[in-house]
Design a protein around this ligand. Structure first.
Ligand code: 5GP
Ligand code: ZN
Length: 112
């Protein structure tokens, strides 16, 4: 838990979110500013800054997060989807608590 991290606050319920899944390791909620008709974020309860701060001890957690993507995408009615992990400011990361974006729905997503 990091005191001024917005995703830590969402994970603990201090800040509300539209949750679609939660277990002991991860919380999944809808992105407040969706890029597609369905857009959710898979977020670990543990405060990890980014993919670049992960090591071998995070292997199982990262695998679990990735495997949740197709399961939850299907539950949300998506036939296909895009995953995205922005890493570091130059990688477009704005919230420094690792998360996997999953989005899709509507028309085919553009390549860029
Ligand atoms: P990043 O650029 O760090 O990969 O993505 C951060 C994402 O978090 C953005 O898509 C942004 O819309 C979303 N986001 C930021 N603040 C909040 C919030 O308070 N609630 C929710 N549900 N999403 C948020
Ligand atoms: Zn955090």
């Amino acid at each position: 838990m990091s005191a001024d991290c917005i995703f830590c606050k969402i994970v603990t319920g201090t800040i509300p979110s539209t949750q679609i899944y939660a277990d002991d390791d991860v919380v999944v909620f809808k992105d407040i500013n969706p890029l597609a008709p369905v857009h959710f974020l898979i977020v670990p309860r543990e405060h990890i800054e980014s993919l670049a701060s992960c090591d071998a001890s995070h292997q199982a957690l990262l695998g679990k997060m990735l495997l949740l993507a197709p399961k939850l995408a299907k539950e949300q009615g998506l036939a296909g989807f895009r995953t995205m992990i922005n890493t570091g400011r130059e990688g477009g990361q704005e919230v420094f608590h690792i998360h996997v974006h999953v989005f899709g729905g509507g028309t085919t997503l553009p390549k860029t």
